[in-house]
Design a protein around this ligand. Structure first.
Ligand SMILES: NC(=O)c1ccc[n+]([C@@H]2O[C@H](COP(=O)([O-])OP(=O)(O)OC[C@H]3O[C@@H](n4cnc5c(N)ncnc54)[C@H](OP(=O)(O)O)[C@@H]3O)[C@@H](O)[C@H]2O)c1
Length: 309
């Protein structure tokens, strides 16, 4: 929304989740009939880390299929010409050593821990392709690397790795803990991309006359989870010991995207990891303060604390 608001002649068609449950095909169709959008960004999805994917795979597959079916179909039926769906790197085969390019899709089995989510995302991608072939619309799928930044799941029960680590180290500082355990060996390599860079990619790629069917958007900056944990500990001001719990799952050993195509189309990332992490932590601390102030005023409900990675 921040990216789109900057543009001239853009009117945003918005609804809160309370007003419009995107799994509800009928309500979604009514919304499209009433608001008649020209362009759709399908970012909504049921998301979460490895833990949540393993605990509730049925919710991941059912909710995401339902959202995609109602939104992509309503867009096609109301003659929307442009739709971008957010895919996920889980759609690609588990490739432990390689950087994954768009051409690798369907070349092997997906990562087991996020299989249900991956299958739902693949189905959404196929819907985009099918409507594109059948109706000539510009429906396509953008696959971002792991997104982080302000407004991430810092307060939910399904935090991603960056907010989970920030929360964990923040608590360790305030409770003077001597040791923090991080799930997995710490050896896994991940590529993170700042949320505003992804949003800009979405807007820029959607304005192309002929966007690619599938396009990766990553920063190209890879980091080991152990290095990430140390950087975050440093930013948060935690000086204790960090141990890695190898008995816990950590997913693929490497997840990195080849984003050459997006770059060739004119997009490039603007925020490097350390800077983005600092901004994210600043946002988290300000948000904690804001929520504490509101609670003192009696306005904010208590959030469930969850610190597992
Ligand atoms: N985060 C990543 O690292 C990453 C990486 C690759 C791809 N992606 C993709 O990028 C997109 C955004 O991910 P995110 O991590 O930013 O997730 P997010 O913060 O949870 O955003 C998803 C949004 O979808 C909304 N939503 C979920 N179910 C809905 C429903 N039934 N009706 C209406 N709204 C619903 C959520 O509303 P509530 O806030 O009310 O739950 C939330 O605002 C997703 O499609 C995801 O697959 C994310």
């Amino acid at each position: 929304m921040r990216q789109l608001e900057k543009r001239e002649n853009v009117e945003l068609c918005l609804a809160t989740r309370g007003e419009l449950d995107l799994r509800d095909a009928r309500s979604v169709r009514e919304f499209f009939d009433r608001r008649r959008p020209d362009q759709v960004f399908l970012a909504a999805a049921h998301v979460g880390g490895i833990d949540a994917n393993q605990r509730e795979p049925a919710t991941f597959i059912c909710d995401n299929l339902a959202i995609e079916l109602s939104v992509i179909r309503a867009a096609a039926e109301s003659r929307v010409a442009d739709l971008l769906m957010f895919g996920s790197s889980c759609m690609y085969p588990r490739m432990d050593a390689e950087i994954v390019s768009e051409a690798d899709l369907y070349t092997g089995p997906v990562e087991e821990t996020s299989r249900a989510y991956a299958v739902a995302k693949l189905a959404g991608f196929e819907m985009c392709r099918a409507f594109r072939a059948q109706l000539g619309v510009r429906f396509f799928c953008m696959v971002p690397a792991t997104i982080y930044g302000p407004f991430d799941h810092f307060f939910s029960e399904r935090p991603h790795v960056v907010p989970a680590l920030m929360r964990r180290f923040h608590r360790a500082v305030s409770e003077r803990e001597a040791e923090v355990a991080v799930f997995g060996s710490g050896e896994a390599l991940r590529e993170f991309v700042y949320c505003d860079d992804v949003a800009r990619a979405a807007v820029e790629l959607s304005s192309l006359e002929d966007p690619p069917e599938l396009v990766n958007v990553g920063s190209g900056e890879e980091v080991r989870i152990s290095e990430l944990a140390r950087s975050i500990a440093d930013i948060v001001g935690y000086a204790g010991r960090i141990v890695f719990d190898r008995s816990k799952p950590e997913g693929a050993r490497r997840k990195a995207l080849d984003s050459a195509h997006a770059r060739a189309l004119g997009w490039s990332p603007g925020v490097e990891l350390r800077h983005g992490l600092e901004r994210s932590y600043r946002w988290y601390v300000e948000e904690l303060e804001r929520r504490a102030a509101q609670r003192r005023g009696g306005n904010v409900r208590e959030e469930t604390a969850c610190v597992s990675l």
